[in-house]
Every structure is written in structure tokens, then in C-alpha cells.
Design a protein around this ligand. Structure first.
Ligand code: IMP
Length: 199
């Protein structure tokens, strides 16, 4: 069976991609399974650049088709911040309690209509013949006025989904995967893999 590397150390992301790709005749292996321990510097200016940097480096090391993702939160009132710096916002070791509170404080008195935001996920594929492809998907919402919910991670407790009348951290994983930026991007990438690998 063809092996595809998903360049992440995050077990949750691996579970998600394996669930979505489970009906394809491919085996999704992690960086650890591929014996790779290197830290890769994500110094790109866009989600696409960062995802491609990771996918290409690992593909060149292993010779195997490699997927990599990059994601983050864009807040329109903050001109797209924290964007590609989402994990590093307020400092990489700063808790999400503080990061989230900081965003709510920066949006104090900002009316509903100007609180629009989105989670973005880009997935890159680097093919052994040197070609590469990226897909991008978003989950649109608004920054709430408080933190709510205990599911999810990161910025989920401040991300309000008007269409669903709840915060992202109030969705269970299965519900979130159906509508999330990452779930949608993974399904777009699945279609590419089916075309490219004949899976
Ligand atoms: P990375 O793609 O693993 O580098 O993640 C980037 C950062 O974006 C995460 O550390 C979170 O801060 C944020 N992020 C990305 N996706 C989500 C999500 O689904 N919920 C909450 N935060 C997210």
C-alpha cells in the first residue's frame, strides 16, 4: 500500500486525516513513523508558503509523497492578525486563556458586524516528481464577547458561529470536522490524491 507522510507531530490532526482518508488505499504515516525528528522553521509570510516549506523538506528527505498543513485565525478588525502568527501570538509559551482575552480586549466596543473572523487551513502536497499543490479552506465566524465551551483547542472558545448559534468550543469533534477549515481542506486534498495517485 502506498505510504503518504502527513508532516505533523500533532496526534489529533493525524487521527482526523486518517478518518477522512480511511476509504483510500493509502497508509498515512506520521513524521515519527518516518523516523524524522527535525524541527522545521515556519518562516513563510503566508499559510501556503509555510505548508509548502514543510511538505517539500520532508518529501526531499524521504522521497515519499508528503502532506503538510498550516492554519490560523484571521480577525478582520485586526487587519488579519494573528494570521500565520496564530501559534506565536503574545508569545509561543503564552496560554490561550491570555491570547484569547487579549483578542477580546482589542475588540472591546467593536459592534457585531465588525467582529468577523475566520479560521484558515492550507494543506500542501509535495509529490516525489517535484510537483506540488495546495488547497485552502475557511470556517467563517465572529469573535465573541466572552469565552465559551470546553471542546477544541486554541482560539475555539472565542470563535462564535452565527449560523450554528454557538461557539466553536461548544461543538464536538465530529460536528466540528464537518464544517471546519481543516475538515474541508482535508476533503479537498482527498479529491486531489484520488486524481493524482489513482487511489
Ligand atoms: P498550526 O497549523 O498547527 O501551526 O496551528 C496554528 C495555530 O492556529 C494553532 O496553534 C491555533 O492557535 C490556531 N488554530 C488553527 N486551527 C484552529 C482551530 O481549529 N481552533 C482553534 N485554533 C486554531
Amino acid at each position: 500500500m502506498q505510504q503518504i507522510i502527513f508532516a505533523t507531530k500533532n496526534e489529533g490532526k493525524l487521527r482526523e486525516i486518517r478518518m477522512i482518508m480511511e476509504d483510500l488505499p493509502v497508509e498515512i504515516i506520521s513524521l515519527k513513523d518516518a523516523g524524522i525528528t527535525d524541527e522545521i522553521t515556519e518562516d513563510g509570510k503566508t499559510f501556503e508558503e509555510n505548508a509548502l516549506i514543510k511538505a517539500r523538506i520532508i518529501m526531499e528527505k524521504t522521497g515519499k509523497l508528503t502532506l503538510a498543513d498550516d492554519s490560523g485565525l484571521e480577525v478582520d478588525f485586526l487587519n488579519g492578525e494573528p494570521g500565520v502568527y496564530s501559534a506565536r501570538y503574545c508569545g509561543v509559551n503564552t496560554s490561550y486563556k491570555i491570547k484569547n482575552r487579549n483578542i477580546i480586549e482589542r475588540l472591546i466596543d467593536v459592534p457585531d458586524g465588525e467582529r468577523t473572523a475566520r479560521f484558515v487551513c492550507v494543506i500542501a502536497a509535495a509529490f516525489p516528481d517535484g510537483r506540488s499543490k495546495t488547497v485552502r479552506a475557511t470556517m467563517e465566524g465572529r469573535i465573541g464577547y466572552e469565552e465559551k465551551g470546553s471542546n477544541g483547542f486554541g482560539y475555539d472558545p472565542i470563535f462564535y458561529l452565527p449560523e450554528y448559534g454557538c461557539y466553536s468550543a461548544e461543538l464536538d469533534l465530529e460536528e466540528k470536522n464537518k464544517i471546519s477549515h481543516r475538515g474541508k481542506a482535508l476533503r479537498l486534498m482527498k479529491d486531489i490524491l484520488i486524481r493524482e495517485t489513482g487511489a
